[in-house]
Design a protein around this ligand. Structure first.
Ligand code: NDP
Length: 385
């Protein structure tokens, strides 16, 4: 029996993780499930898998959670601190799938026990990469990448030959607006932006995919997960999302991982690692797919990718500022307060206005994150005015 916890259990990644766990009830014992405030989904999942504890980060939702769990034997708790306490419980394996920087402290709390943390929450590595990797080493924990690209790289990366890796090539679907002109992108609605052609995901990452900021965040994520220099990280647009990423070696060999675009494949890899487990995912039928296409990303129409690459090259606090400004801008876009193209403009402006020294501690990262959010928030108000 493997003892597992899921942080962000009501989201897209969390739900896919539960789906796999529920298919093998004898293999997993569920310790804790957390959400922000989706009480209905959280309580139903906690009852089904007989979790020990269910936690809502938003404390105002705790009375409803208590009511929904009455008589189930599942304990209920509320508040951001309770989420971290749940993450510290003695699970062998924790899925870190809270969206945004809100997932940083819970992910760090999960690492404290020295177990395995499957990381979907890329924003925590983008804003606090050095802090997170230092904590992994300090606690002797194992960090497994769940993002499909990084999981693919993990499967292709020969650690014993790390010095012979010449390039990591991240594939990008190009998002729903791959072929739209800048002018056509101006009037894009949140509904259009979250309708990803290949993947079914939460709203924030879907918008990030549409702006290509997601690929930019992934460049920074890859830099922290694998021992390569920023110049060794490339992005290629591959619209079918069949090849999930590639690793090129000094001898010219390129290793790729392929699969259907279903997050349950990389999640299952992390869940069973170092073994493999069965999934119900559609098998890859290459003759039906017929062809695989590749093209270079267009930085003029998708400036977020360029901004992220510049932040990675500059290092220090730049990725944290980029990430925080992007979270604020995406939330404002989803709330229909700003237009699609203003997301990149707000991120660029925030980076221009705020250039703090490199953070060395978690508190410094959080202070930079908060200040970048203030500045980006002011810019949102300017756009709305
Ligand atoms: P969703 O929006 O679908 O789910 C987010 C989860 O986080 C929900 O459980 C939500 O709870 C919870 N949550 C939101 N805000 C808070 C908060 N302040 N405190 C605690 N919990 C909170 O996101 P996804 O599942 O799509 O993505 C999760 C992470 O995984 C992101 O970092 C994303 O970039 C990454 N990822 C996602 C992929 C995907 O296919 N979806 C692929 C690769 C990476 P509630 O439901 O109550 O709001």
């Amino acid at each position: 029996m493997r003892r597992v916890s899921i942080l962000g259990a009501t989201g897209s990644v969390g739900t896919s993780t539960l789906d796999l766990i529920e298919r093998e009830p004898d293999a997993f014992e569920v310790v804790a499930l957390t959400a922000n405030c989706d009480v209905g989904r959280l309580a139903a999942a906690a009852r089904r898998v007989r979790a020990k504890l269910a936690v809502v980060a938003d404390e105002t939702c705790l009375p409803a959670l208590r009511e929904a769990l009455a008589g189930s034997g599942v304990e209920a708790a509320g508040g951001a601190r309770a989420v971290c306490e749940a993450a510290r419980m003695d699970a062998d394996w924790t899925m870190a799938a809270i969206v945004g920087t809100a997932g940083l402290k819970p992910a760090l709390a999960a690492l404290e026990g020295g177990g395995t943390v499957a990381l979907a929450n890329k924003e925590s590595l983008v804003s606090a990469g050095e802090v997170v990797t230092r904590e992994v080493a300090r606690h002797g924990a194992t960090l497994l990448p769940v993002d499909s690209e990084h999981n693919a790289i993990f499967q292709c990366f020969e650690s014993d030959n790390a010095d012979q890796v010449s390039r990591i090539i991240l594939t990008a679907s190009g998002g729903p607006f791959r072929e739209r002109s800048l002018d056509e992108m101006r009037g894009i609605t949140p509904e259009q932006a979250v309708a990803h052609p290949n993947w079914s995901m939460g709203a924030k990452i879907s918008v990030d995919s549409a702006t290509l900021m997601n690929k930019g965040l992934e460049l920074i994520e890859a830099f922290h997960l694998f021992p390569v220099a920023p110049e060794q990280l490339d992005v290629i647009v591959h619209r079918q999302s069949v090849i999930h990423s590639m690793v090129e070696y000094a001898d010219g060999s390129v290793l790729a991982q392929l699969g259907s675009p279903d997050m349950r494949v990389p999640i299952a890899h992390a869940l069973a690692w170092p073994r493999r487990m069965a999934t119900p995912c559609q098998r890859l039928d290459l003759t039906r797919i017929g062809r695989l296409d590749f093209e270079a990303p267009d930085h003029a129409r998708f400036p977020c990718l360029r901004l992220a690459r510049e932040a990675l090259a500059a290092g220090g606090a730049r990725p944290a500022v980029l990430n925080a400004a992007n979270e604020v801008a995406v939330a404002a876009f989803l709330a229909r307060r700003i237009g699609f193209l203003e997301i990149a403009a707000i991120v660029a402006d925030t980076l221009e206005r705020y250039d703090p020294a490199a953070p060395a501690t978690l508190d410094q990262v959080l202070a930079i994150d908060a200040e970048a959010r203030n500045i980006a928030g002011e810019r949102v108000k300017d756009c709305v005015a």
